[in-house]
Design a protein around this ligand. Structure first.
Ligand code: CMP
Length: 226
């Protein structure tokens, strides 16, 4: 039933039609409104979620009650795999940032599936490895950069993950709110607003309604805003 949807998901790339059908038989499609908590940290978890449409943020709450955003995941991404793999409670909160359509697969079905599809297991490991790399970069950034550096790094990461190249630079559609950018960069909303204004005055960024243009950022070549 959902095999066409599954076909477009990088994790399931290269699977045969039969395999996709087998998986789609056990997948459930659900629509979540904006700002809905899909996964709550510390709860028991028994489903994997694949984003068919929309976006979620992965976050934890620091000891002093501040939200720390670990990642923003968009279409084709998945989450909820950690509890399935290690049997521990959910490691973070996952909340929709817009109306989001999710495919849900139960633990037993997914584990059964990857046992028969080493290809999917390898893709899963490769995504986990790149998430760990990103987290390593983030820790390095939090430890080393000043606040302008951290916000700039967050913008470049968003451009790399979600941006579309345009002749003028990389466009981040539906950019996170200033509060979310603050929670991704370990600072306050006021500081984000002040620094974005400065980057705008220096013509590094151009706000375009709900979108944000990062001028001259060729993220694929690894260039950085200085
Ligand atoms: P799980 O622990 O089952 O539930 C929360 C999910 O958030 C987790 O699985 C991962 O899918 C996701 N998650 C946790 N930490 C990160 C991270 N640093 N980057 C991206 N996704 C994450």
């Amino acid at each position: 039933m959902h095999s066409e949807l599954l076909k477009g998901v990088p994790l399931f790339e290269g699977l045969s039609d039969d395999e996709l059908h087998a998986l789609s038989d056990v997948a459930l499609l659900r629509v979540f409104p904006k700002d809905r908590v899909v996964i709550m940290a510390e709860e028991e978890g028994d489903s994997l979620f694949v984003i068919h449409q929309g976006q979620v943020k992965v976050s934890i709450v620091s000891e002093d009650g501040r939200e720390v955003i670990l990642s923003i995941l968009g279409e084709g991404n998945f989450f909820g795999e950690m509890s399935l793999l290690d049997g521990h409670p959910r490691s973070a909160n996952v909340t929709t940032t817009q109306e989001t359509e999710l495919l849900m697969v139960r633990r037993t079905d997914f584990l059964h599936f990857i046992q028969r599809s080493p290809q999917t297991a390898i893709k899963l490991l490769s995504v986990l490895a790149s998430r760990l790399r990103k987290t390593d970069r983030k820790i390095e950034g939090l430890a080393l950069s000043d606040v302008t550096g951290r916000i700039t790094q967050t913008l470049l990461q968003l451009a790399e993950e979600q941006g579309s190249p345009t002749p003028d630079g990389v466009l981040i559609k539906d950019r996170p709110t200033h509060q979310d950018l603050a929670n991704m960069s370990g600072t306050t909303r006021e500081t984000v607003s002040r620094i974005l204004k400065r980057l705008e005055n220096q013509a590094y960024i151009v706000p375009r309604g709900k979108d944000l243009l990062i001028v001259g950022s060729e993220t694929q070549q690894g260039d950085k805003i200085e």
